[in-house]
Unconditional design. Sequence first.
Length: 150
Amino acid sequence: MRKLLHGIVVIGVCVALMSARAPTDDWAQWRGRDRTGVIPASEAPASWPEGVSKGWSVEVGEGYSSPVAAGGKIFVHARHDPDEIVYAIDMASGKVAWQQKYPAPIAKNPYAKNMAKGPYSTPLVAAGRVYTLGTSAILSAWNASTGALL
């Protein structure tokens, strides 16, 4: 439950940060455009809201993947055992634009019994495609608009 809540909070923070930036400036890979985890001061919003309010939330499952944002969507790679699921969520409304799942059975290491089963890697969005690397080394490319497996 704590992992799920963490995922929802992370998505909420991403939505708040992404809505403050220009829509053409995406956070389409791990740690952002330059993989530094930093938004340059020159690109920071001129003013910040007085407070933060929850706009929407989506239950996405568990895992260690970070959400990414591109083209008005947030892409999340998560797990609903025994499947891994890739979501495209409309940034403005919080509605799931598409989702795709595939079986990803995994035998967990008994020494890691308190850890989630993944996925561990963050999606990458480039040239209209979303790339995901699953726990069982399944590398997939998805059409970012439709969710079709490429």
